[in-house]
Design a protein around this ligand. Structure first.
Ligand SMILES: C[S@@+](CC[C@H](N)C(=O)[O-])C[C@H]1O[C@@H](n2cnc3c(N)ncnc32)[C@H](O)[C@@H]1O
Length: 354
């Protein structure tokens, strides 16, 4: 049995710096103080970059994480569920070899050549993708997906795919001076990032699990959770994650049954979120709270400029839980998704009524 103080052994592991709209990585120290130390099983319901799930794992909790997008689930498999598997030299050799099936694996070149990547780089992504299937371990595959997705967001201006300026910016000397990754080959970026991800893999001696579900479908299926962290998309600002990160989802899913629309070649139809449109968010948040009644403590992240407003959120939660509102103000708008200097990061601490 682990003693109380050895709980913090895992805090020396370093979560690789994410670049994801709304990532709570920079708020993890602030959020950590509100996680009940006695809670054993912790759920990160909208895992995204997995920064808070990783914090749960570091705190020694049995961690359940979830995100409805596949590329985020791969981060969860690679860094939360996985306790020991890493990518070695031999795996990298496999990943960097020739396309193992060029007839099947040419989607990235077809869609994104001369849009987000040069033709040569897009073809490299296809061959890398074909070779992920040659790795014999699912956690190795998830690590390969994760590190390549991160390499792609590092290479593309602004780290997302909701614009069509990637190649123009990659040819702009001022931008290159600010961010040399724009002109560095994906292969180099991958090799640079890989040790950070390998070193972030650790075992906290718990059976951790990553899911890829709509949270409303997952909640009825999980039991004995002590604390749930809810960080839903913020309607009003960058809520549509599929518009920003469609390319990563296409790389992972390698869709055969989708249309690719508009200038960015986003897949269509999108997955159903239920939390990314003002017209649906309130109903689904209400359902989510109703389905969470067996979980004693809820921590709900919000920003005081989002929809619905904090008062509405509190009104929805109060039938079930006592709510305390904690606020952290942004110093200079470095809050991530939708953050503006002067706005607040909000955490609702929801505990059972006495
Ligand atoms: C604000 S972000 C979470 C950020 C995360 N806390 C982090 O630190 O990176 C919201 C996440 O919710 C996911 N999402 C949206 N609708 C969902 C749904 N119905 N079920 C599960 N995840 C959903 C999005 O893919 C996105 O990653």
């Amino acid at each position: 049995m682990r003693d109380l103080f050895s709980e913090n052994d895992y805090l020396s592991y370093v979560f690789p710096e994410p670049q994801y709209l709304g990532s709570k990585h920079i708020h993890r120290g602030w959020i950590a103080q509100f996680i009940p130390s006695k809670a054993h099983v912790a759920l990160d319901a909208f895992g995204g970059s997995q920064s808070i799930a990783y914090l749960f794992k570091q705190l020694g909790k049995q961690t359940i994480t979830n995100d409805f997008l596949s590329f985020n689930n791969h981060i969860g498999k690679a860094l939360i569920e996985n306790c020991s598997v890493k990518l070695d030299k031999n795996d990298v050799e496999i990943l960097f070899s020739q396309n193992s099936n060029p007839k099947e694996f040419n989607l990235m070149e077809k869609l994104y050549s001369d849009l987000f990547f040069t033709q040569e780089e897009a073809a490299f992504i296809d061959s890398f993708r074909s070779n992920i299937c040659m790795l014999d371990n699912p956690y190795k595959q998830s690590l390969a997906f994760t590190v390549m997705c991160r390499s792609m967001t590092r290479k593309v201006t602004m780290g997302h795919f909701a614009h069509t300026q990637a190649l123009k910016y990659a040819a702009d000397p001022t931008r290159i001076k600010r961010n040399r990754s724009l002109i560095r080959p994906l292969k180099t970026l991958f090799l640079e990032l890989l040790p950070e991800y390998n070193n972030a893999v650790f075992d906290n001696n718990q059976a951790n699990k990553s899911y890829n579900k709509n949270i409303l479908d997952l909640l009825p299926k999980i039991e004995n959770v002590d604390v749930a962290y809810f960080d839903p998309p913020y309607c009003n600002s960058h809520a549509d994650y599929q518009s920003f990160y469609h390319l990563l989802e296409t790389f992972v899913e390698y869709w055969k049954d989708k249309q690719f629309v508009n200038g960015t070649k986003r897949y269509e139809p999108k997955r159903y979120s239920g939390f990314d449109k003002n017209s649906e968010a309130i109903d689904n948040l209400r359902k989510m709270f109703e389905l969470s009644q067996s979980i004693p403590t809820w921590l709900v992240s919000y920003n005081d400029r989002s929809y619905p407003d904090i008062d509405t959120m509190v009104t929805m939660i109060e039938p079930y839980r006592h709510v305390v509102i904690e606020r952290k103000s942004y110093l200079a708008g470095r809050g991530g998704k939708g953050s503006v200097a002067g706005s607040n990061e909000v955490l609702l601490i929801c505990t059972p009524r006495k």
